[in-house]
Ligand binder design. Structure first.
Ligand code: PHE
Length: 364
């Protein structure tokens, strides 16, 4: 015997599908309110599905058993379909709002190919890491120090007393005493990382060896090879019987590691109050191959590594007995090294913050 209610349910399913398709194909008619009406027409308390189920009383118990599951199945199906339509509607509305706000998403694509910029390191960081690795492997510690320093750490402890003409070698940014422009506070932006020599000596006992990378500040005129803010990497080794030979060995090792080839170097006497004897280690300019350019000031050589044996007065200021211990120190110019390594012809690129510059240097 055929089941009349089952037939009605099948018809209802058909009708639901056809009407919903009609509704959703007409975007003017399809609104949230319309969909809710639609829902209550089929699934509401007095809706079409409930009406059919009222007929359950007049069918046989066997037929009733068929109807229950089928009715639930239809209910779930209708709810799912309506839910999908509602979500689609929401997305449409958002899109419409976006369109009316005129957000120009092409701007991003045109000016910032973001994936291209993801995770690029500044070339200075790349080289700094590489140097740190080499020194760590040679037993050096890595130290840090403050950018704002006092006269003791920046000058006095480094054998540069007040009023000594050597202070003029480093044009300095002083902090004024608050409220009084003409009186200095005794604090300054550190002019070199040698301040960390002092901090390192005072906080450890010999023998020790450490490096200290960081930015330094000088009131300089800027040009292709000078910036007011630049980076140095200080190094210091103190122990017994350390010689100039040890110093040269470490300097050559590090340059070889960085450039992955032998570079031509020359050592000449250099004056720094905190070393005796003091040297300037220059490398042959890799921008012009020694011919002369703006980076090497037409000399063919670039000052890269001022260094020397630590002056006894400096050891004393660091609470170290100069009769028993000696050592060497150096102050590598990190920016110049970066320029030589990558063939960058102007130091000002490094501070420019220009993404077109920075993103050229992937890890190497
Ligand atoms: N601090 C010196 C400078 O900035 C460089 C230097 C460091 C020289 C260590 C000798 C030893 O000019």
């Amino acid at each position: 015997m055929s089941n009349p209610l089952l037939q009605q349910l099948n018809d209802l399913e058909q009708e639901f599908e056809t009407k919903l398709n009609d509704l959703s194909s007409d975007t003017d008619k399809l609104t949230q309110a319309e969909l809710l009406n639609f829902k209550s027409y089929y699934l509401g308390k007095k809706g079409a599905l409930s009406e059919i189920l009222k007929g359950l009383k007049s069918v046989s118990p066997e037929q009733r058993k068929e109807i229950g599951p089928r009715a639930n199945e239809l209910k779930d199906k209708f709810l799912n379909r309506l839910d999908r339509e509602l979500k689609g509607l929401e997305i449409n509305e958002i899109n419409q709002k976006l369109a009316s706000k005129k957000i120009d998403t092409s701007l991003l694509e045109r000016d910032l190919a973001l994936d291209q910029f993801a995770g690029a390191y500044h070339p200075r960081n790349l080289i700094q890491r590489e140097i740190e690795d080499v020194f760590l492997s040679m037993g050096f510690e890595i130290l840090d120090g403050p950018h704002i320093e006092d006269e003791f750490h920046n000058f006095e402890a480094l054998n540069i007393p007040a009023d000594h003409p050597a202070r003029d070698m480093q044009d300095t940014f002083w902090f004024d005493k608050s409220g009084n422009d003409s009186e200095q506070s005794g604090h300054l932006l550190r002019t070199h990382t040698s301040t960390i020599q002092v901090r390192g000596m005072l906080s450890r006992k010999p023998p020790f060896r450490f490096i200290a990378p960081g930015i330094v500040f000088r009131c300089e005129r800027t040009d292709a090879s000078h910036e007011m803010v630049f980076t140095q990497l200080e190094g210091m080794m103190v122990g017994e019987d350390i010689s100039v030979g040890n110093l040269i060995y470490f300097m050559k090792t590090i340059l070889k590691e960085i450039f992955k080839k032998d570079v031509e170097v020359r050592l000449r006497p250099g004056f720094f109050p905190f070393v005796e004897p003091g040297f300037e280690l220059d490398i042959k300019c890799l921008i012009c191959n020694g011919k002369g350019c703006s980076v090497c000031k037409q000399t063919g050589w670039v000052e890269l590594l001022p260094c020397g044996m630590v002056h006894p007065n400096v050891l004393k200021a660091g609470n170290i007995d100069p009769e028993k211990y000696n050592g060497f120190a150096f102050g590598l110019g990190l920016d110049r090294l970066v320029m030589m390594k990558y063939g960058i012809e102007d130091i000002r690129h490094l501070q420019s913050g220009d993404l077109r510059f920075n993103t050229q240097f992937k890890a190497y």
